[in-house]
Design a protein around this ligand. Structure first.
Ligand SMILES: Cc1cc2nc3c(=O)[nH]c(=O)nc-3n(C[C@H](O)[C@H](O)[C@H](O)COP(=O)(O)OP(=O)(O)OC[C@H]3O[C@@H](n4cnc5c(N)ncnc54)[C@H](O)[C@@H]3O)c2cc1C
Length: 452
């Protein structure tokens, strides 16, 4: 018997580990561990936690629909694993690899717990489209790429030559073990807060209203991908795929997404976005200081003075306040506005990016540690391949260019809807900063911090 632990792979098809498990032909105990260090009480109430729980509830339903059993438990992964190894004749533990600092620590603890009982553990690579070791060998480099464009060129030729396709086994090809040891089921039972997400998904499912990853992908490919290039920044409309929350929880694999679009001539720019995802996962796995690179800078010139106004959407700059209102209410924010709000916080308001990064962590429904870090490093000019410190997006001109009629602002800030198309983008009389003066100040401060 083996133990399979789900993490950011909340689906029942196209999982690399399932192919390997099918070949072994043993029965398996399949568990999803909700980790209290990641799913804190606060996080469970926030969009990012709710979203994860909803995907977890869908996963359980997919197992049920296939006549298989998933055990969902709440507790520290290494403790649960140790207890399961005591209670069952488990010969091996299998999970997919993850690259964040916490994931690495967690998996080291898991490996230590299994080693104590002489049970092997394997972490199978599943997240990126281009497997890291193979890609590094293909690129002939000893050091990881730090800049996106050359990475993208190499990634493209790698994908043309070595991409091996989606995994073929599904949960129906595996035998799962049921019931669960009662002591373990009670010791690690789910906290009450998770119940809301479970019943929401059950209700949607029963009413036929739940949108699964495949449906969202299909609709994007059939209806919107052809116009992605023209519409992706028209953020008042639904021009992008909306797939990030499925990709980050693993409800959809990047391979399934890639294959749905790979042969479409109009898809090049969208596939390039999937490459950005691979780039940040690659940085997270291979660059030693991706998660800590800001520590080399002296940042005492930055402070949290205006942070609360930014977070609450009370800056008096309409597009910033509209974007933060959408985030706070729904957990969503279009990519361009993530860049605009991030630059505004870090440059015009001179706040450390780590505050914004932490805020997005809690509030984004599609939160992912590596992608969020990458986005914040880029916007605040700290990453290897970041926006130059003097190129600061002006929120008013961004708003005028990408949404001339102010439809997005009108939707999220209805109190401004009476303003004309020209007025609606302009700073309000109570705006907390002057855009021109704060931009000039930011250029000086960042020039100093970055040592230019
Ligand atoms: C400050 C900041 C923070 C961000 N935080 C996150 C985050 O926590 N989680 C997250 O998934 N994305 C994050 N992004 C990237 C991007 O904004 C989202 O991936 C995108 O808005 C998701 O919408 P979509 O699925 O409709 O994307 P589409 O435009 O349809 O793109 C398809 C997929 O490509 C990937 N992708 C697209 N843009 C990027 C990008 N700039 N960087 C990396 N991958 C990309 C995503 O997986 C996305 O789902 C952040 C960007 C910034 C500037």
């Amino acid at each position: 018997m083996y133990l399979f632990i789900h993490r950011k792979d909340l689906r029942t098809y196209d999982l690399r580990a399932f192919d390997a498990l099918k070949r072994r032909g043993l029965p398996g105990l399949h568990v999803l561990i909700l980790d209290p260090l990641l799913l804190t009480e606060e996080r469970m109430q926030a969009h990012s936690g709710q979203q994860f729980l909803e995907h977890a509830a869908r996963l359980e339903q997919s197992y049920e629909a296939a006549g298989r059993k998933l055990h969902v438990l709440y507790g520290r992964p290494e403790e649960i694993t140790a207890d399961l190894l005591e209670a069952y004749p488990i010969q091996g533990v299998v999970a997919h690899a993850d690259y964040t600092p916490y994931a690495k620590k967690r998996d080291a603890a898991l490996a230590a717990a299994t080693a104590l009982r002489s049970v092997p553990v394997v972490f199978v690579e599943d997240l990126p489209l281009a497997p890291h070791a193979q890609f590094q060998e293909f690129s002939g480099r000893s050091e990881p790429y730090k800049v996106f464009t050359p990475f993208y060129r190499k990634w493209n030729s790698f994908m043309q030559t070595y991409y091996t396709g989606a995994a073929s086994a599904t949960i129906s090809d595996l035998d799962t073990v049921n019931p669960l040891n009662e002591v373990i089921a009670t010791r690690y039972e789910l906290p009450l807060q998770t119940a809301a997400a479970w019943s929401r998904i059950k209700r949607l499912h029963a009413d036929g209203k739940d949108q699964n990853a495949q449906q969202v992908l299909r609709r994007f490919i059939d209806e919107r991908i052809h116009a992605y290039e023209q519409r992706r920044d028209v953020y008042a409309e639904d021009g992008t795929s909306g797939l990030s929350r499925f990709l980050n929880s693993g409800a959809l694999s990047a391979r399934t997404a890639y294959e749905a679009a790979a042969d479409m001539p109009a898809a090049a720019l969208w596939l390039r976005q999937l490459c950005w995802r691979d780039f940040y996962l690659y940085q997270a796995a291979l660059s030693k200081d991706f998660f800590t690179c800001e520590q080399q800078y002296e940042m005492s010139a930055l402070d949290d003075g205006h942070f609360a106004a930014w977070a609450n959407g009370e800056t008096g700059i309409p597009i910033i306040d509209a974007a933060m209102t959408q985030l706070n209410q729904t957990g969503e924010m279009p990519n361009r506005l993530r860049m605009v709000t991030a630059m505004f916080l870090t440059k015009n308001l001179l706040c450390p990016f780590t505050l914004g990064e932490a805020y997005f962590r809690m509030h984004l429904a599609d939160y992912d540690h590596a992608l969020n870090k990458g986005g914040w490093l880029w916007s605040s000019s700290f990453g290897y391949d970041a926006a130059p410190y003097f190129r600061i997006m002006n929120p008013v001109s961004q708003s005028t260019t990408h949404d001339p009629h102010g439809r997005y602002i009108r939707r999220w800030l209805p109190e401004l809807s009476g303003l004309s198309d020209r007025e609606i983008h302009q700073p309000r009389p109570h705006a907390i900063v002057d855009l021109k003066a704060s931009r000039a100040r930011a250029v000086e401060v960042y020039k100093h911090i970055l040592g230019h």
